[in-house]
Design a protein around this ligand. Structure first.
Ligand SMILES: Cc1cc2nc3c(=O)[nH]c(=O)nc-3n(C[C@H](O)[C@H](O)[C@H](O)COP(=O)(O)O)c2cc1C
Ligand code: SF4
Length: 471
């Protein structure tokens, strides 16, 4: 039976472990930073030299670390795209917006072990010649912002931040920036606009790839909280050793936020791919199973924007038929199964769930959070939400299922500036495809009820009701 593998959350829940710097130092805190700063230039066979920062970048590449914020993009590769020749300053931003519904892992790190994030960030900044960094934290996390600010003060007092860090000659300053609570501020270019003091309208890529034209049009690295924490461990253990954790192409550990109808919701850190979805839901080491007497109905495997899985669904993975519950929880398997591990948030729904209601809830969120720049996203998310509102308020139509899919199909696929378009369409496409009967039955029942009612009310009322259904 797989169990947790705690690398990032190793000490977080230990009795007596506190978020202050003295406790962190007693547990080996900032040793990885000292190791990073002490790296000497390495002679290469061709006579060239590899600097300390270059060695760290190489270790991160060798580790196979993939971003923990959603897309699972290689961290080493992202860093390699940074324009180091522009002559402009390079910035690093930690994305602590954590706004994907169902996700609550970054908050655990920030609340319980903020210095781990700061150490990971300082090393990442040193590796990338960054002298100014930001932690962009969502507005609804005031305690997290307070803890981070206190941790930054403590780190400055010990000269882990500021001028001439530990006598190495390296200078770095770091600030916490609080958002005001908008989902789109989690999207990296929206976040950058917000940090610049503007509305968080995402920027179009190309040309605005942050690695080239990011904060104040300077090269910028945006990484998730958990991603940056991993950098500390990569430096401590070496990239090759880190790559032995997890599974090929899916290295390291991941903190899974498990919520919904399980007995033990919470954060569970696993080696990537070394536990299946079923184990995460049912094993005593993790979710502990469903509530008594209930059966599994559906699972959203990677935050609310990931495509839903239906209980009993089967997939072809490497020529083998695999039940949804037997899918290894990693980046690649879930993509092959047509969804994604996204922000590694598993939302479990048992047979008491009203699927139409669940989708209406998700769609309302996306309609509210669309920034409104792109017509397909702005209008489409609203139309879908309105149709679902009708369906959940006795005003549905049997054809609403097809209507929803028609709208959803016309949002993603390069029609929008950012991936929010996909994020709002995927739940609708997948919920309706996999539970179509429930949508059709609900709409048909509403129609039948209205027809009966209108017969009782006479022909005039029937016409009025028919007219009200036109839009
Ligand atoms: C609509 C939207 C919301 C996002 N929200 C978050 C978020 O809350 N936190 C996060 O780390 N990444 C979020 N992302 C992904 C970021 O744009 C970016 O890819 C990520 O921060 C990069 O970090 P990583 O490479 O370490 O994963 C979001 C993306 C989109 C399209
Ligand atoms: S896709 Fe949606 S959220 Fe993204 S820029 Fe366009 S309107 Fe805004």
């Amino acid at each position: 039976m797989p169990s947790e593998y705690r690398l990032i959350l190793k000490y977080a829940d230990e009795p007596g472990y506190t978020p202050d710097i003295e406790c962190y130092l007693r547990h080996g805190g900032y040793d990885a930073l000292k190791k990073a700063l002490a790296l000497q230039p390495k002679d290469l066979p061709d006579g060239a030299k590899r600097s300390g920062p270059e060695q760290i970048r190489q270790e991160v590449m060798a580790s196979g670390l993939r971003g923990r914020g959603g897309a699972g993009f290689s961290c080493g590769l992202k860093w390699s795209f940074v324009d180091r020749k522009s002559g402009k300053p390079i910035y690093l931003i930690c994305n602590a917006d954590e706004s994907e519904p169902g996700t609550f892992k970054d908050r655990q790190i920030i609340h319980k072990d903020p210095h781990q994030l700061i150490e990971g960030m300082i090393i990442s900044c040193f590796a990338n010649d960054v002298h100014l960094a930001y932690i962009y934290i969502r507005g609804e996390m005031p305690d997290g912002a307070r803890l981070l600010n206190r941790a930054l003060q403590e780190a400055r007092a010990k000269n882990f931040l500021g001028k001439d860090i530990l006598g190495n000659g390296y200078d770095l300053e770091m600030h916490v920036h609080r958002g005001a609570g908008a989902y789109i501020c989690g999207e990296e270019t929206g976040l950058i606009e917000s940090l610049e003091g503007k509305r968080p309208y995402p920027r179009i890529k190309p040309p605005y790839f942050p690695a080239v034209l990011g904060l104040w049009m300077c090269p910028t690295i945006v990484n998730n909280v958990e991603t940056l924490c991993n950098v500390k461990h990569i430096v401590a253990m070496g990239g090759t050793e880190f790559a032995k954790l997890g599974t090929p192409n899916n290295t390291g550990t991941r903190i899974v936020s498990l919520s919904g109808h399980v007995k033990k919701p919470g954060c569970y850190e696993i080696e990537v791919g070394r536990a299946t979805i079923g184990q995460l839901i049912f094993d005593a080491n993790f979710g502990g199973g469903l509530r008594d007497g209930r059966k599994l109905k559906a699972v959203i495997p990677g935050g609310s924007s990931a495509k839903v899985f239906k209980a009993g669904e089967k997939f072809k993975i490497k020529d083998k038929e695999v039940d949804m519950l037997d899918l290894p929880y990693d980046f690649d398997s879930l993509i092959q199964a047509g969804s994604m591990s996204g922000s590694s948030a598993i939302i479990v729904m048992d047979d008491s769930t009203d699927i139409v209601g669940a989708l209406a809830n998700i769609a309302e969120f996306y309609a509210h959070e669309s920034c409104g720049q792109c017509t397909p996203c702005r209008e489409g998310s609203l139309w879908m939400s309105k149709a679902l509102h009708r369906l959940t308020h006795g005003e549905g139509r049997a054809q609403d299922a097809d209507y929803l899919v028609k709208i959803a199909d016309n949002i993603p696929g390069g029609r929008t500036i950012c991936a929010f378009g996909e994020a709002c369409a995927w739940p609708v496409q997948s919920f309706v495809a996999k539970f179509k009967d429930e949508f059709v039955d609900k709409g048909a029942a509403d129609e039948e009820r209205r027809a009966k009612k209108s017969k009782g009310a006479g022909p005039g009322m029937e016409m009025k009701l028919a007219a009200s259904q036109q839009h």
